[in-house]
Design a binder for this molecule. Sequence first.
Ligand SMILES: *Cc1c(COP(=O)(O)O)cnc(C)c1O
Length: 395
Amino acid sequence: MTLPRKDLFHLPEGMIYLDGNSLGPLPVSVPDAVSGMLKNEWATQLIKGWNTCQWMDQPRRVGDMVGRLIGAPASSVTMGDTLSIKVFQALDAALSLRPDRKVILSDTGNFPSDLYMAEGLVRLKDAGYELRTVAPEDVTDAMGDDIAVVMLTQVDYRTGRMHDMMELTKAAQAAGAVMVWDLAHSAGAVEVDLAATNCEFAVGCTYKYLNGGPGAPAFIYVRPDLADDLQPALSGWLGHAAPFAFELNYRPAPAIERMRVGTPPVIQLAALESALAVWDGLTMAQVRAACLDLSEQFITQVEARCPMLTLASPRDGSVRGSQVSFAFENGYAAMQAVIARGVIGDFRAPNIMRFGITPLYLDEADITAAVDVLDDVLNNRLWDRPEYHARNRVT
Ligand SMILES: *Cc1c(COP(=O)(O)O)cnc(C)c1O
């Protein structure tokens, strides 16, 4: 199998899409899959669909498909809710494994929602818990004997800087802490082997590199030997051992099923299930190699032609995820001007121009064409117009 697989995606004519790290494009199979689900399942089966169309089993079935891309064994991943919710669930379950410790350790490069959810959990528990954040490079040194949980996002959303999952998990566990990984910018982007890392929990979303569409459900992984002993904080009826017994008290379902909460988003899961077919016959090693190759070309060309940009991502590909970021004082306006010319990247405060390099649907010609636009916009100061300075609500 070769890359790219552009024919599997709907990519608008004339657009070069370097934002798959934020919202993946639409796989061409998805509209028919979703429409088929609506017309052949919902419309005709109605309530019977829960049984006749296996809607109830969808979170586990799709979870296994995601699991294959992140090195998780079968039946160790389930789908639902959004990533922020799954962070909360994983964190609470992780804390419960270390009742004598009170500190959640994370880093200042983490995505704010993960930190906000941790803050909320600490406040809710009201039992002396604390969220402690240190610089990404100081995480290992901060793993003292008071740390209950180390919660990290593998790939930094701004710079693409990548943590070493194996090393940090080993260090966290050696310090007696539980490891929670957020794979939001990893799943479908870099090689992850959850089973080999031996981490206790992992979470991630599916609308970025997995192309599940806006609002696509999140995933959660629990190491199989632990799942049967966890008391879920979000004890919804579909994580109950017998939802249709309608018992008055909660009894958790076996294994990963207990991390389900309520009714699964069946339409979004149908979209995601179809979207995941684009990975058939590919290994993450192939995807990663192609990504690094395109990323090197992008960095080399941008640095040669746009000296006003400063590489904000690690230069060493082995510690860089699937995105390349450049710092530029007028990054917001410059990105708007670039987008206006059909090259879609995004901007992250305070000054980061971010480009997702996704080899499923990008090739060398796209990279060169994107750099041509950047060169024109930056060297001719085309960004310096009032309309490019006005901030949109979503950047
Ligand atoms: C994208 C992202 C999120 C977003 O969470 P949602 O609940 O899906 O909106 C959270 N954490 C990280 C690390 C992310 O990259």
